[in-house]
Design a protein around this ligand. Structure first.
Ligand code: 5BU
Length: 266
C-alpha cells in the first residue's frame, strides 16, 4: 500500500527522513512490527531474519548480548537484514554526556556504521542527541534517535513530569524522530500521543498477544490496542523469537498491528 494512504496525518506531518523511511517499509510489508531479536548466537539471529523478514519492518538488536559476536559475522547479519528490507535499530539506551555518547557510537561494536536508529535516555540533557548524530556524521551516515519517554517495565522512574520534559525537548530536535512509549498500558500511551502530536513517531515495547505480566517486571499489552492508542511500531521480542513457529507468530503480530492502523485512520 502507498505510505501516504496507509499513514494519513502521520505521513503528512512527519518531517524526518527516518520516520518516512520506516513508514514506507511498514506500508510495503503491511506490518508495524519491530522484532526484538534477543538471541545470543549469530546462528540464532540469522535463522530469525530468514524466518520473519517478510513480516517485520525493523530489527531491534542488543549487540552486546551476542556470545559469539565478531565484526565479520555481524557484517553478514546486517547484509541479510538489508536484503530483507529491515531497518536496524540498536537499543543501546545511551545515557552519557554528548561527547562520550559520540565515542560510544564507535568503539568495538562501531554502532554508527550499521545502525539506522538508536535509543537514548535524556537524563544527561539534550546534548546527547547531538553527540549521537555526530557519531553517524563521523562515518558519513544518517540515523535517527528515539528518546525514552516511557518504559514498559514495572516500577520504572520515568514519571509523567519526566515524560513531559522529554517530549518537550525531543519535539524541537530534528535529530529525534520519535519516542519510546509504554506498549503495555494503552491509557498511558494515549496520553503520550496527545502530548507528542502528529509529527513524531511512538515505538512501543511491552507488547505480546498474551497480555499480562512477563518475566522480571516486564508488562505486556495487546498489539492492536497499542496501535489504536497511538503507537506507530510495536516492538515484539519473545512473542516471536520464542514461539514454536516464529514466522507464523510474526505474521499474526503484523496482521494485528496493521488492522490497528487501518482502524485508527478510519
Ligand atoms: P520481550 O521479549 O517482547 O519482552 O522483549 C522486549 C524488548 O524490548 C527487549 O529487547 C527490551 O530490551 C526492550 N525494551 C523493553 O522491553 N521495555 C522498554 O521500556 C524498552 C525496551 Br525502552
Amino acid at each position: 500500500m502507498d505510505p501516504e494512504g496507509a499513514w494519513g496525518a502521520r505521513w503528512q506531518a512527519a518531517s524526518s527522513a527516518m520516520a518516512k523511511r520506516y513508514m514506507t517499509v511498514a506500508a510495503e510489508k503491511q506490518s508495524l512490527v519491530c522484532l526484538a531479536a534477543d538471541r545470543n548466537t549469530m546462528a540464532g539471529l540469522m535463522d530469525l531474519i530468514a524466518a520473519v523478514g517478510p513480516h517485520v519492518a525493523a530489527l531491534k538488536t542488543h549487540v552486546d548480548l551476542v556470545d559469539d559476536w565478531s565484526p565479520e559475522a555481524w557484517g553478514d547479519f546486517c547484509k541479510a537484514a538489508h536484503e530483507a528490507n529491515l531497518l536496524i535499530f540498536e537499543d543501546r539506551k545511551f545515557a552519557d554526556i554528548g561527547g562520550i555518547s559520540r565515542a560510544q557510537m564507535a568503539g568495538q561494536f562501531d554502532i554508527r556504521s550499521w545502525s539506522d536508529l538508536v535509543t537514548a535516555h535524556l537524563i544527561s540533557g539534550p546534548d546527547i542527541v547531538d553527540g549521537l548524530q555526530a557519531g553517524w556524521s563521523d562515518v558519513g551516515r544518517e540515523g535517527g534517535v528515539l528518546l525514552l519517554a516511557q518504559m514498559s517495565s514495572r516500577g520504572n522512574l520515568l514519571n509523567p513530569a519526566y515524560t513531559d520534559e522529554v517530549v518537550a525537548k525531543g519535539q524541537v530536535h530534528p535529530g529525534v524522530f520519535g519516542f519510546i512509549g509504554n506498549g503495555s498500558r494503552p491509557g498511558e500511551l494515549a496520553a503520550l500521543r496527545a502530548n507528542v502530536g502528529e509529527e513524531k513517531l511512538i515505538w512501543t515495547p511491552g507488547v505480546n498477544l498474551a497480555v499480562g505480566d512477563g518475566a522480571m517486571g516486564q508488562r505486556y499489552g495487546d498489539p492492536k490496542e497499542a496501535v489504536l492508542a497511538g503507537s506507530d511500531c510495536v516492538i515484539v521480542g519473545s512473542g516471536i523469537h520464542k514461539a514454536d513457529d516464529p514466522a507464523k507468530a510474526a505474521k499474526a503480530y503484523a496482521e494485528a498491528s496493521w488492522a490497528g492502523l487501518m482502524e485508527r485512520n478510519r
